[in-house]
Design a protein around this ligand. Structure first.
Ligand code: XMP
Length: 510
């Protein structure tokens, strides 16, 4: 399968996969490669174009990642973004200077619409900037093609050499016409036709998994969530009965969830083992209040349960996990800070008794995973399920997790979910769930004083979970939910609604 290829060279950008995703969205296959990939290797891959990412370095740093000058003389179009643009300018003989102020956030951008990168872009448009250094002198053959009031060289180009640089970030949604700019680069400058769809990803992944797995045995940790379900179905379509799925019911699931997952997968003719390990997880979590510690304990226990099951099956070589890109990036990388250790990434123990972990969805965002799921024939009710974190309700019970608190939370959450469905809002909200806050407050019920638990309701809209806005649920729906929870769930006397976006909050409370 020979697709048109765009290579994203990674110079340490937090959002390198976001660039890759935008390219895929535009219908072009894309690979992210390390910045020091030799030019000859790049050339052998015959890319239609190369994108240089941003990164935290300054070109003058002694250990700054530098591009090989030869890259710019191959005749292959190059688009440098942020640090990538500075690097291109610097390597070709320009220079970079430190601005008096860091430029961060939305900026008005004036572009030259004659430039191929800005075709069909408004002469005055909004872009997203995040930089301290900027290009203060351009290499020979380059001209300025866009500017802001504080950044004269906001975009540069040498049209003849097909070299383009932008100081801003066309890949983020805040750059209002970023999609058009990337489209221009791919289609007008690189000459792509757009020959790639999610169906290809699914087929190629299945083929790759077949080659990799051969006739060996595979285990998959199935949570019933979208990611692990899609990962499992890809592997199932690749190697059929060589796959055994282990569904660990850690006792931290929502009401009725364990039985629902079992029923769904029973219909797919997949080997499925359900392990009821609720007591085991709860005893490990006893006395633990720190969120990162909870995540690590649950992650480790998951793996231990897998290992035990694997030993019973015997000679299992591979473990499949439904890790997706936001899990990877938010767990911290060499260049990106740790926000939370997603249990299926940083929470892995050091000693794992599998020779390899397969993560077929590692480079994808949630909405892309849903498209893959639909492409391989998973039913809509499964691919459109709202995300549910691996550590489950343990990170929605603030403080120590106990069975009693979980039961209160499960009941409140169940009412919340059924009322959202009743109001027909389920497809408009990315995630909605209840949180056991651990806060007690005074109330009055039936002339009696109460001193009881506060439940928080969280609901967010989002495209990929990386950023989110709080959902504007109609007040009358919130009112009904709050009334029902207080009346029907013992020990709850107050319900609050969380109106924090991400950032600065995160979606989950822990
Ligand atoms: P945060 O709370 O980091 O969540 O804004 C972003 C998205 O990721 C989900 N999430 C997880 N998913 N394992 C997962 O598989 C985890 O450990 C985990 N922690 C958070 C969260 O529900 C939201 O959709």
């Amino acid at each position: 399968m020979n697709h048109e290829l765009i290579i994203v060279l990674d110079f340490g950008a937090q959002y390198r996969q976001l660039i890759a995703r935008r390219v895929r969205e535009a219908g072009v296959y894309c690979e992210v490669m390390p910045h020091d990939t030799p030019v000859s290797v790049l050339q052998d891959k015959n890319p239609k174009g190369v994108i240089l990412t941003g990164g935290p370095s300054v070109v003058y740093d002694p250990d700054a990642p530098i591009a090989d000058k030869a890259l710019f003389h191959l005749g292959i179009p190059v688009l440098g973004i942020c640090y990538g643009a500075q690097l291109m300018g610097y390597v070709l003989g320009g220079s970079v200077a430190r601005a008096t102020h860091r430029e961060y956030g939305k900026k008005l951008l004036t572009v030259n619409p004659q430039n191929p990168l800005f075709e069909q872009v408004n002469p005055n448009t909004v872009c997203w900037m995040s930089h301290t250094y900027y290009l203060n002198s351009l290499p020979a053959g380059f001209s300025i093609t866009a500017s802001t009031d504080t950044c004269p060289a906001a975009a540069i180009a040498n049209v003849e050499a097909k070299l383009y640089g932008v100081q801003f970030h066309p890949e983020v949604v805040h750059t209002e016409e970023g999609t058009q700019m990337l489209h221009n680069f791919l289609y007008n400058i690189c000459g792509c036709k757009g020959d790639w769809v999610m169906q290809d990803f699914a087929q190629e992944t299945i083929l790759h998994l077949q080659q990799k797995i051969g006739n060996k045995k595979v285990l998959c940790g199935l949570s019933g969530g979208v990611d692990s379900s899609v990962a499992a179905m890809l592997v199932h379509q690749a190697v059929g009965q060589q796959l055994t799925c282990i569904f660990v019911d850690h006792g931290l699931l929502r009401k009725n969830e364990g039985d629902e997952v079992e029923e769904t997968f029973a219909s797919f003719n997949i080997n499925l083992i359900r392990v009821n390990a609720g007591k085991r997880f709860l005893s490990k979590l006893q006395g633990i209040t720190e969120p990162e510690q909870k995540r690590k304990i649950i992650g480790e226990e998951f793996i231990r349960v897998f290992e035990e099951e694997a030993r019973k099956i015997g000679a299992v070589d591979f473990l499949v996990q439904g890790t997706i890109y936001p899990d990877v990036i938010e767990s911290g990388t060499k260049n990106a800070a740790t926000i939370k250790t997603h249990h299926n990434v940083g929470g892995l123990p050091d000693v794992i008794e599998f020779s390899e972990i397969l993560e077929p969805l590692r480079d994808l965002f949630k909405d892309e995973v849903r498209k893959v799921g639909a492409a391989i024939g998973l039913p809509p009710e499964m691919v459109n399920r709202q995300p549910f974190p691996g550590p489950g309700l343990a990170i929605r019970v603030i403080g120590e997790v106990t069975f009693e608190k979980l039961e209160v939370l499960r009941e409140a959450d169940h009412i919340y979910r059924s009322e959202i469905a009743h109001a027909g809002l389920q497809d408009h909200i990315w995630q909605y769930f209840a949180v056991y806050t651990g806060l007690r407050s005074v109330g009055v019920m039936g002339d009696e004083r109460t001193y009881d638990t506060t439940i928080a309701l969280r609901a967010v809209t989002s495209i990929d979970g990386m950023t989110a806005d709080w959902a504007r649920i109609p007040h009358e729906v919130l009112e009904r939910i709050a009334n029902r929870i207080i009346n029907e769930v013992p020990h709850v006397n107050r319900v609050v609604y969380d109106i924090t976006s991400k950032p600065p909050g995160t979606i989950e409370w822990e």
